[in-house]
Write a protein that binds this ligand. Structure first.
Ligand SMILES: [Zn+2]
Length: 101
């Protein structure tokens, strides 16, 4: 299964690396949804990183600073979240959810 390459902009590759690293850490340390979020997002429940990307409860890496808000991909602390919890925030276009594999 290839992952979708949606954007090839600046910092995209670094972001993918950071996202994959967070996924590994989430699995290894059982990080809950919203772990480390400065704004308290997330439901606090465990994330099953084996769930295929795109499923409601699959792993996503949230960037707390919304890109549409002047946020940058690089240098941000990423927050593990369920896809459904992440999309609930409403500041993400669906194309920003990438498979982290
Ligand atoms: Zn959640």
């Amino acid at each position: 299964m290839g992952s979708r390459s949606v954007r090839d902009g600046k910092g995209h590759r670094a972001y993918r690396r950071a996202q994959a690293a967070l996924k590994r850490r989430t699995a290894a340390e059982n990080l809950p949804c919203g772990y480390g979020s400065p704004t308290g997002e997330g439901c606090g429940q465990p994330i099953d990183t084996t769930i295929p990307a795109g499923e409601r409860m699959s792993f996503t890496a949230d960037h707390p600073q919304a890109l549409g808000n002047g946020g940058r991909l690089v240098g941000q602390q990423l927050v593990p979240m369920h896809l459904t919890c992440n999309s609930r925030k409403g500041d993400h276009a669906p194309v920003e959810i990438w498979a982290a594999s």
